[in-house]
Design a protein around this ligand. Structure first.
Ligand SMILES: *Cc1c(COP(=O)(O)O)cnc(C)c1O
Length: 367
């Protein structure tokens, strides 16, 4: 069986280093917001090229804390509208709802699967105050246009970078440094994954960073002095220690993913499927390798029967979820088509050449 993703294999490589860190961790007696979180924050900020990194408990919390912080700063208020792509993972939209803001779903582009920049302006109203861009599947959204639109309409631009650790725009700026504030997830399956939950916020804004540091820790400014109604949203100390070890390999791992994706792109040949269209491979870290087929379900079953595990990201669009029944009437044909046709092939940085070849061969001979 070729597994879609082999997390045990991926983490096995670091087992000895993890064990050493764990032993130091037990003996340190410092289990919450200690030196590991602090050092990881410095290292990840430096990796992303931002002034600040604030370690938090998950990707969803990262997004929520960003919105909460902007409310405290007076840049957002209840019922303000936030533009977000309709075919993102539901967490992007949940963060908007949970902070009292209103998500406005915009159709994606069928080529990139990211937000269709031609459809953003028609969604902007007097209540629109922010755009939440998502680098879906590991591919940067259209940075140039989103930056221009945000400036033109005086909107906050926030990045959901949960799938794009390390993606680079024009050889100069990385995911996390393409907006006013960015949210990362370190959920185990992500390109930089912890051995549990974790997340981070990156930003260059001093005021925002100061608020976020308080908000993630009960709103406290110092022991028993709380200026804000905060949360418990801290990055776990042990996860930070693991993440520091894995961060060192992130660029090399992303390059391996690009190589594997390049193999699929060069060798899969079929009239039944649409491969991802890539202009600048550095802007993509291939969190997922997503193809499309009109006969997606048949192809999935065909590959499964031949020992190849695939997944669907995502099978049910947000506006068809019961959690968002208020959107049930929405007509989002491109989003719906994507959800009906996409299939994610096995791809990670340790996928063997023989597995790549087998997947390529099986997808190509599917008739
Ligand atoms: C994983 C993910 C999140 C949520 O991250 P968690 O750490 O699981 O809370 C948010 N947005 C996107 C696009 C994601 O892929």
């Amino acid at each position: 069986m070729i597994k879609f993703l082999d997390l045990a294999l991926i983490n096995k490589r670091f087992e000895n280093q993890f064990k050493k860190e764990f032993e130091k961790f037990i003996n340190s007696g410092q289990y919450i917001l200690g030196n590991q979180v602090k050092q990881f924050e410095e290292e990840f900020a430096s990796y992303c090229g931002t002034k600040y990194c604030i370690g938090v408990s998950s990707g969803l919390d990262a997004l929520q804390l960003i919105f909460e912080a902007y409310k405290i700063l007076g840049k957002l208020k209840d019922d303000d509208e936030v533009i977000v792509p309709a075919n993102t993972y539901i967490a992007s939209v949940l963060a908007i709802s949970h902070t009292g803001l209103k998500p406005v779903l915009v159709e994606p582009d069928l080529k990139t699967y990211n937000i269709d920049v031609a459809k953003i302006e028609q969604a902007i109203t007097t209540k629109t105050k922010a755009i939440l861009g998502v680098h879906l599947y590991g591919l940067l959204y259209n940075v140039e246009v989103l930056e221009t639109l945000a400036k033109k309409h005086n909107l906050l631009l926030i990045e959901d970078s949960a799938q794009a650790h390390g993606a680079i725009y024009k050889d100069e700026r990385k995911a996390g440094n393409l907006s006013h504030a960015a949210a990362f997830s370190f959920y185990p399956t992500k390109n930089l994954g912890a051995l549990g939950d974790g997340g981070a916020i990156t930003t260059n804004n001093d005021e925002l960073a100061a608020i976020l540091l308080q908000l993630r820790n009960y709103g406290r400014v110092s022991a028993y002095k709380n200026d804000l109604k905060g949360f418990n949203g801290r990055l776990d100390e042990l996860q930070a220690a693991f993440l520091r070890i894995k961060l060192e390999c992130l660029d090399a791992d992303n390059d391996k993913r690009r190589e594997a994706a390049g193999f699929y792109l060069d060798h899969i040949s079929s009239d039944h499927i649409v491969l991802p269209s890539i202009k600048d491979i550095k802007q993509h870290v291939f969190h997922l390798f997503v193809i499309r087929s009109k006969r997606r379900d048949e192809l999935k079953a065909y590959l499964q029967a031949r020992g190849i595990e695939t997944m669907i990201h995502y099978p049910v669009p947000i506006h068809k979820q019961m959690a968002y029944r208020e959107f049930l009437e929405y007509k989002l044909p491109i989003t719906e088509q994507i959800h009906e046709e996409v299939l994610s092939l096995p791809l990670h940085h340790l996928l063997s050449n023989s597995s790549l070849q087998k997947v390529t061969e099986m997808v190509s001979i599917f008739k």
